[in-house]
Each structure stands twice: as C-alpha cells, then as structure tokens.
Design a protein around this ligand. Structure first.
Ligand SMILES: [Zn+2]
Length: 381
C-alpha cells in the first residue's frame, strides 16, 4: 500500500504543478520544515530563576526536529541553529526562504509576571490587545542586539507601539495554514502536554514577517513562573512540549497530504473520464466516415431514383465480407438515430429487378430482406 501511495505522489507532482489549486494554497505538500530555536549567543531571551530561554527553546527545537526526522523521514528538517549562537531575525527568515521551506516553526519561551502561565502560539498579524503586543515587542527586541539593526529593518523601533501599525498593512498570504497548525499545537499543549493554553494569537513578529511560507511562533510557557519554569526545564517537560508540537505537526501534514491525495485522485478521475469521452467521440467520428467502412456508402452509389434490398441492421461497420457471401453489391447507410448501419444490396433501377433479387437473397438466407426506394441518397416512399 505504501508503494502504491508513493507512486501516486510521484505522479501528483507533475500533475499538480500547473494547477490552480496549488497556487490557491490547497494541495501543497510539506516536504521541508525549518525549526527555529529563538535567540542564542549573547541574546539570552527571557530568563527564569535558573534557566535561559535560548537554552530551553533550543532543547525543545532539537527534540522536535529529531522526532520529525525519525518518524516522518519524508520531511526534511532544517534548523536555523543547533548550537548556542547568535543569529539575526532577518537571517532566520532568509534561511527558510532560501531553502524554500514549506513551514517555519519558531520556538520560544515567554516572560511576564511571576503568576503568568500557559502556552500561546502566534501567527503574524496586528495584535488585538496589549499583551500580544508586549510578546512581539519582547521577541523583536532581539534586533537591538544586532549590529546596524536600523539598516536591516528599515528604522523599525521594536519598543515603539506605533511601529507595529505597519503590521496591519502586511499581507499575510499564508494566514489560514499558519492558523491551522497553530490551533492544532495549542490543542495538543492542552491535551497531551497538560498545559494551560492561552490560545492562538496574532502579533507583529519580525521573524514571521520576513518569511515567505506559513509560519508560527510558539511560546512554550512562562520561564518567569516558577512552576512552569520547573516543568519547561525538566527533560520530561521538554519532551512533552516537543511531542505535543510534533503530534500537531503530523496531524496537520496528514490533513494536507490527504487533501492533496484527494485532488490527485480527482484529477486522475477527470483525466480518465476525458480520455474515455475522447475515445468515444473519435470512435463515433470513425463510424460516420465511409472510408472506414468495409462497403461503399449508399449515398455515393445512389445517384437517381433507385431500389435497394435491406439485408440487416447492425451496430457494426466492419463485419467480415463472408457474412454477405454471394451478394456482391452490398452498400451501407449510417443511421444517426440508434447509431446503427443499414446493410443493403443495390442499386436496382427497376422495381421488378429489385423484386427478383429479393427472392434470391431471401433464398440465400436473409429471410426478412425487403425492398426500399431511395432517391439521391434519401429514403422515398
Ligand atoms: Zn523568544
């Protein structure tokens, strides 16, 4: 079964390549994912009592990538970083764009009051409340640790709320896909990871703005909350968080693949139907063309007021000559109504001549043979 599925997908690439469905966002396949562990190097991100975001995020990112590599070998996993090094937000997005990733998943840890808790997954957009804006501001602050950041982000001031107005103008082409996976991740955080989910949110994250594919930013919990920090820093906690993201990612991919498979099946069915219809039309055209017949057409033979003896009606136009052995003046007429052929002997100029021939033909085995009158290819009474 697996081999069969693969075969269909090989076909699918070429079939779907020029299809509108692909550009419309349907039927796209996830072959490559970029996992982005937030911060790194001299950018520590947010800090808990004992743990730094850059470390916790990297551990979760690596666990997630490892699980995808092991269980979804058809998906190529790329990492913006696998070690403790600084990478600018622009470089992270550029890396994903350069590698034509099908999804970008950025992993982070939240910071806030000591009582704030829970997970939240962001997609790019305009924040609907101050809390969302604060998260984006905090994450975007990374650019202040870059050299010449003003040059790279068009004077974007990460701490100025006014700067975030531009995100309302930013067209998010992949919003539906991003929201879809984000929602599934929050479900899994709540379910299998037993976290409090704060839900899916929108805000202006520079790293998401720069990516040219569906992209999300996952806040795996608050390091500033002692209980949550303990969970997030534990190997069991990291495993459960990365497992939750993995499960959501796999379900999302399965849904996309199923949709894609459905489109391929539809396309193949449509092609097969078209092929059968075209073959039927060609066959019908051939049936109507006297040059394909075994005997001359009546309309080519009947050039006056004449008589013919009808031998039989058949849907076949290529009967072997032996069926009419002894009759050497067989002609054919195609009858559109019923899509059949009349086989006749003729022409005979006189009715008496035709009657005499009818007798002979009946004796030869065509017992129901009868005389018809035709004038210039048309039936006449
Ligand atoms: Zn962060």
């Amino acid at each position: 079964m697996l081999i069969l599925l693969c075969a269909v997908f090989v076909t699918s690439a070429s079939i779907l390549a020029d299809e509108d469905e692909v550009t419309a966002g349907k039927g796209y396949v996830i072959n490559r994912v970029v996992i982005d562990a937030g911060h790194g190097g001299h950018d520590h991100g947010t800090s808990g009592a004992y743990n730094k975001e850059k470390k916790v995020a990297l551990d979760i990112a690596l666990l997630l990538g490892k699980r995808i590599e092991q269980q979804l070998p058809e998906v190529e996993v790329l990492y913006t970083r696998k070690t403790d090094k600084f990478i600018s937000l622009k470089q992270r997005a550029a890396y994903a764009n350069r590698h034509n990733a099908d999804f970008f998943i950025s992993i982070h840890c939240n910071g806030g009051s000591t009582t704030a808790q829970g997970t939240e997954t962001f997609v790019l957009g305009l924040h609907r409340n101050e809390d969302n804006l604060k998260v984006a501001m905090r994450e975007n602050n990374s650019i202040l640790l870059e050299d010449d950041y003003n040059q790279h982000y068009g004077n974007f001031q990460p701490n100025s709320p006014e700067a975030y107005i531009i995100f309302s103008l930013h067209q998010n082409n992949h919003l539906n896909q991003s929201l879809h996976l984000a929602g599934m991740i929050e479900q899994e955080f709540k379910g299998q990871a037993g976290r409090r989910s704060r839900g899916v949110k929108q805000a202006g994250f520079l790293v998401l703005r720069e990516t040219a594919m569906p992209s999300i930013l996952v806040e795996t919990g608050f390091l500033t909350n002692k209980t949550e920090e303990r969970f997030m820093a534990s190997s069991q906690g990291k495993q459960r968080l990365s497992d939750a993201i993995y499960t959501a990612f796999k379900s999302y991919k399965d849904k996309q693949d199923a949709e894609n498979m459905h489109l391929v099946e539809q396309k193949l069915k449509k092609q097969e139907k078209q092929r059968i219809q075209a073959a039927a039309a060609a066959e019908k055209q051939k049936r109507k063309t006297p040059s394909a017949w075994n005997w001359p057409a009546l309309k080519d033979v009947n050039t006056a007021d004449q008589y013919f003896i009808q031998l039989m009606v058949s849907s076949k136009y290529d009967k072997s000559q032996s069926d009419f052995s002894g009759i050497d003046n067989v002609v054919m007429e195609y009858v559109e109504r019923g899509d059949v052929y009349k086989y006749m002997a003729g022409p005979y100029n006189e009715i008496s001549e035709a009657k005499a021939a009818q007798e002979k033909i009946r004796t030869a085995g065509f017992r129901d043979a009868f005389v018809l009158r035709y004038v210039n290819g048309k039936r006449s009474k």
